[in-house]
Design a protein. Structure first.
Lengths: 194, 625
């Protein structure tokens, strides 16, 4: 039998933003609550206050901004959810499956050669399209995994193997996000040269 | 029957007292100041009815061998006769090092020992860009105090959205020298959006294309129910109308076959170039003429077509940031409601045409591109000072550039990415490299590139007082915070021992605190006694602010959030502060305020938490949509 892990359900970004814990947060509610909170604690509301209150307001507003960014972004939200289970991702984690790494290397090589191609922007579009669809796929997988994990968490415990699966999926997402960023940078360079 | 007057919660001073606050657009070419008059923001004119103040400062010797300055139109007229002592476009030098500013500058720059800040050699001595800007701000301060009939409580000063930390800090330093209380630095395009958005009330996504005299910004904002949320910003803090003048200048120099023009002639050519640019916005051709001295002259026609050919590469340069801003905002051209043109340089027809083509929409040009920024800033100043005319308005802005740290091999590791909403705080952990290491150097840079050498150096920090441990055992947590002005601060703590490491900041391009202090002392308007008196007064004001705020907070939340012992403790510390504030000792008052802060920090935090709960209460999930 596999280990069960507990999730920390109070005092987190979800409770701070008045939302239930989930991977697929309701963006409209998130934005609305974010605006309401900022209206009450943003430093602009404390421009006339004491230095102490001004300082606290900057810290609080920074935390709310971080909460918004974390919950809005699928990769960041996954990492955050895992941290609530007590799982921290480290930079030198290499537990990504070798097949995925091979594919990544291939995509990277293609990206590096784009500039020398006849239609660099078209080539780049194809790679970017591929990366984007992989990101979408990863998002769906994570959504399913976290739905399972969180429905388990009503029993206050979750399956460690599901968590490990989620972890390796997040690592893949990090690779893909970086690759997407590089594609967009390349696009910027190429259009600038035109 | 007399009605009881009940002031609003949190509103501690007399509620109906209207405080004087202004918005200042400190521009490369022209500056403006605006304020709110019966709910309507307008720019303030000088005694001759002129709203624009040319951002030109002339340093002169006066009769009793002291120095004086001339700011504005008169200085501008004197520029070609006294080019070396008359400083124009000083904004381009703010927060910049010597290597950045030499190009196209006629001034004689020097660096003094113990300072990284370049100074311009003038008849009145060496002056930094910060001091020159302070003269412009002083002039605007005087103008507004005369027009509004009283001392200013504070000012909002606008800066280009793409200004980096050093440029923002320099602007704030200039305000300090001018004796202005800065309520907030806000980004120029955001200020323009406020003026425009409140004017039209149109919700949705707006693009502000702001091409000023020396800077270019593009900001994409979303406006919902009084909240101005910047989605992304991009730009070039060294591209503007001046550069259009420079390409015409180069053209003239080539056509007239002038070799290495003297400062006076160069000044004249720059003026002629500017006139040509302005004229060619409305006319097909313009005749340029120069007086070369010795009764020689030169003249030539420049057609609009030829002019456009000259400037086209520069306008095209603005489209790269436009593309990047769209990408960072995660939107397509179709999502955009409108494109608003701001800044004097958007009067050039080719600019309007190319921007229109890029966004596939006719850009809006119905706002006065010169005044709109100051007007938006005045509205924000009014809100910040507590006059509450636009209670629901809130600006959520972003940091324009990524903040990174130097890592092994001269690479930059990003800690805060560009277009992150401010304020923002990010912590990073470091460890020691050698056994017993007690200090550590950290290099902070701003920019998007991977190599440190391609980014802009902001500061070097030295962490000291790390307890000696084996290599890799120390855990130093460094927190980078960007506040609502877009300014960076850094704090550090060794986690295993809890030791607060001290930080020594060496700004790469800024004035040190000591330099500002001595400038304040040297400044024409302050004697040492004045400075001490001013410091004492400021500390007393802060003390009374603390007392008022705490009394109001106790009144409102004391029973709810504090035990009776806690309330008694806070009341006692307030009483002590009141007594100390009456004595004329700035240092003691300061220390007492710090002590009060310690006693009341927990209460302030509880109040902050409670206000978040109130903000979310009644907004239950099913109420929305």
């Amino acid at each position: 039998m596999s280990n069960k892990l507990k999730i920390n359900t109070t005092d987190n970004y979800f409770s701070l933003m008045g939302l239930p814990i989930s991977f697929d947060v309701d963006k409209a509610v998130l934005t609305h609550n974010y605006h309401e909170i900022q209206k009450s604690i943003h430093p602009d509301k404390f421009a006339n206050a004491t230095a102490l209150e001004r300082r606290l307001s900057v810290q609080q507003a920074a935390q709310i901004n971080d909460a918004l960014e974390t919950l809005k972004n699928p990769t960041k939200c996954s990492i955050y959810l895992l941290s609530l289970y007590g799982i921290e991702l480290s930079d030198n984690d290499t537990s990504v499956d070798p097949l995925f790494l091979m594919e990544q290397m291939e995509l990277r090589e293609n990206l590096a050669e784009v500039a020398s191609k006849e239609e660099p922007l078209t080539e780049l579009d194809a790679i970017l399209g591929d990366v984007n669809s992989r990101i979408k796929q990863g998002k769906n997988t994570l959504n399913t995994l976290f739905q399972k994990l969180l429905s388990d968490s009503e029993k206050q415990e979750s399956d460690e193997s599901l968590l490990n699966e989620a972890k390796s999926e997040v690592l893949k997402m990090q690779f893909l996000n970086r690759l997407q960023e590089e594609c967009l940078n390349k696009e910027e360079d190429l259009t600038e040269q035109l | 029957m007399a009605l009881l007057q009940i002031s609003e919660p949190g509103q501690t001073s007399a509620p109906h007292q209207h405080k004087l606050a202004v918005g200042i657009d400190l521009g490369t070419t022209n500056s403006l100041v605006a304020s709110l008059k019966s709910g309507f923001a307008e720019t303030i004119a000088d005694e001759n009815g002129q709203h624009l103040l040319p951002s030109v400062v002339q340093f002169q010797v006066n009769n009793d061998n002291g120095y004086q300055t001339e700011v504005g139109y008169i200085a501008q007229q004197n520029a070609s006769n006294d080019p070396m002592n008359t400083i124009t476009s000083v904004k381009r030098y703010m927060g910049r090092g010597l290597e950045d500013i030499k190009k196209h500058s006629i001034y004689d720059f020097v660096t003094e020992e113990d300072s990284v800040v370049p100074r311009i050699r003038t008849i009145a001595g060496n002056v930094s860009a910060v001091e020159v800007s302070a003269e412009i701000l002083k002039s605007l301060k005087l103008r507004s105090e005369e027009a509004l009939g009283g001392d200013l409580t504070g000012a909002v000063i606008t800066v280009p959205a793409y200004f980096d930390d050093a440029q923002r800090q320099a602007t704030k330093d200039a305000a300090k020298l001018a004796g202005l209380n800065v309520l907030r630095l806000i980004n120029e395009p955001t200020a323009a959006a406020v003026a425009y958005g409140l004017d039209t009330g149109s919700e949705g996504i707006h693009v502000i294309y702001d091409l000023g005299g020396g800077t270019f910004d593009i900001s994409i904002l979303k406006l919902t129910q009084g909240i101005f949320e910047v989605l992304s910003t991009a730009g070039d803090s060294a591209l503007g109308g001046d550069d259009l003048d420079h390409v015409i200048t180069d053209w003239i120099i080539e056509k007239a076959q002038i070799n290495e023009p003297e400062p006076n002639l160069l000044r004249q050519i720059l003026d002629v170039a500017r006139q040509a640019k302005e004229a060619l916005s409305d006319n097909e051709t313009y005749t340029l003429s120069l007086n070369l001295g010795n009764e020689q002259s030169w003249s030539s026609d420049l057609s609009q077509q030829e002019f456009e050919k000259l400037i086209k590469p520069l306008i095209r340069k603005t489209l790269t940031p436009c593309r990047r801003a769209l990408r960072d905002a995660g939107i397509e051209s179709e999502d955009i409601q409108d494109v608003v043109m701001v800044g004097g340089s958007t009067r050039v027809p080719l600019v309007r045409q190319m921007v229109g083509e890029f966004f596939s929409t006719e850009p809006l040009v119905d706002l006065d591109p010169d005044k709109v920024v100051a007007i938006g800033a005045a509205r924000q100043a009014d809100v910040l000072v507590g006059n509450k005319s636009d209670e629901e308005m809130l600006l959520l802005d972003v940091t324009p550039l990524s903040l990174g740290l130097e890592t092994m091999g001269g690479l930059a590791e990003k800690v805060i990415h560009r277009n992150t909403t401010i304020p923002v705080a990010r912590a990073q952990e470091f460890t020691t490299f050698k056994d017993g290491q007690t200090a550590m150097a950290i290099h902070v840079v701003q920019g998007e590139r991977e190599l440190i050498s391609d980014c802009r150096s902001l500061a070097r920090f030295e962490l000291r007082g790390i307890p000696p441990m084996v290599a890799g055992a120390a855990r130093i947590r460094v927190t980078f915070q960007i506040d609502a002005d877009g300014l960076l601060s850094v704090s550090a703590r060794e986690e295993t021992s809890g030791v607060e490491s001290s930080i020594q900041v060496k700004p790469s391009y800024g004035l040190s605190d000591g330099e500002i202090e001595s400038m304040l002392k040297d400044s024409f308007s302050y004697a040492q006694d004045d400075i001490d008196a001013r410091k004492l007064r400021e500390e007393q004001v802060e003390a009374s602010r603390v007392v008022e705020a705490l009394n109001a907070a106790l009144e409102e939340d004391g029973e709810k959030l504090l035990s009776s012992e806690e309330q008694a403790e806070i009341r006692q510390t307030i009483d002590e502060l009141v007594e100390i504030a009456q004595q004329n000792d700035q240092r003691t008052i300061k220390l007492k305020i710090e002590a009060v802060d310690k006693v009341t920090a927990e209460f302030a935090q509880r109040r902050m938490d409670a206000s978040i709960n109130i903000a979310l209460a009644g907004q239950r999930v099913d109420d929305i949509n």
